[in-house]
Design a binder for this molecule. Structure first.
Ligand SMILES: C[S@@+](CC[C@H](N)C(=O)[O-])C[C@H]1O[C@@H](n2cnc3c(N)ncnc32)[C@H](O)[C@@H]1O
Length: 251
């Protein structure tokens, strides 16, 4: 994983915010979904309904785990102009959404003005402190991490999702999995790529079981991280303690 000094992180934070604000002001809906330059409201939000139909409605067993969706609180990272957020707000009881771009957040809030069950905040681009001490039953992120220029920032999000997600619950997200992309290290359009091995290591470091992965090696590398339950947590500490005791007995 790359390591960022506080100064490097601040620079990237500022660059992500500035460049996504510029994209949002130029044509937010195009940069959210490059399928079209001139989306009508109807088509744009219908495309968000399709994302939810494909990635969420087909997967309700993992996502809801028997809970009524209307009683669930969910989190979306990188909500853009509210394309998917609107469909999430129809399905789930409450939606928290964050985005690094203030202009995207402004547009998403306008798109969701009639929805009392949504809270949309501009965040710093790497953590969820803006939402405070919330708890959610499901977290989701689609076509966002593929734009993030640093693995350390994505790891920071995973630790943050682990903090706010209830035990045993799912964070379903997509990353760039195609490794051979030529990009500048601080490119905020072409983000960093992950191998399957890196994703498995990340899960262990951040307290998740990487139960399913689909599309490794492609742009649409989808990942199902379940937050460790107490048994998995205990097993992890037992393993770390045994390794420590073994090392001490060797010296
Ligand atoms: C291609 S758009 C996708 C928006 C939304 N997920 C959708 O599918 O409609 C990517 C979004 O991610 C946001 N984004 C990029 N980097 C981010 C970061 N580090 N933290 C939060 N949001 C970020 C951008 O501002 C933009 O709104």
């Amino acid at each position: 994983m790359d390591h960022l000094t506080p100064e490097q992180r601040a620079q990237l934070e500022e660059k992500m915010r500035r460049e996504w604000d510029e994209r949002a002001r130029r044509n937010a809906r195009f940069y959210v979904n490059t399928g079209r330059q001139d989306w009508t409201d109807e088509e744009f939000f219908a495309s968000g309904e399709r994302t939810v139909a494909e990635e969420i409605l087909t997967d309700m067993i993992n996502i809801c785990q028997g809970k009524d969706p209307q009683r669930m609180k969910v989190l979306e990272i990188g909500c853009g102009a509210g394309r998917v957020t609107r469909a999430l707000a129809r399905l789930f009881g409450y939606v928290y959404a964050v985005d690094v771009s203030g202009e995207m957040v402004r547009q998403a809030r306008a798109a969701l003005a009639g929805f009392p069950n949504v809270r949309i905040e501009q965040n710093n681009g790497w953590d969820l402190t803006v939402l405070g001490d919330i708890k959610v039953d499901f977290a989701f992120s689609s076509i966002v991490f593929q734009h993030i220029p640093s693995k350390a920032i994505i790891e920071s999000y995973l630790r943050e999702v682990n903090r706010v997600l209830r035990r045993g619950r799912l964070f379903k997200f997509q990353v760039q999995g195609y490794p051979a992309i030529e990009r500048a290290p601080d490119d905020t359009w072409l983000g960093v790529a992950f191998s399957d091995e890196e994703i498995v290591e990340l899960a262990e470091r951040c307290g998740f079981e990487p139960r399913y992965r689909h599309g490794a090696g492609t742009q649409y590398f989808w990942i199902w991280f379940f937050k460790w339950n107490y048994r998995q947590l205990a097993r992890y500490f037992w393993r770390r303690a045994s390794q420590y005791l073994f090392m001490r007995s060797e010296t």
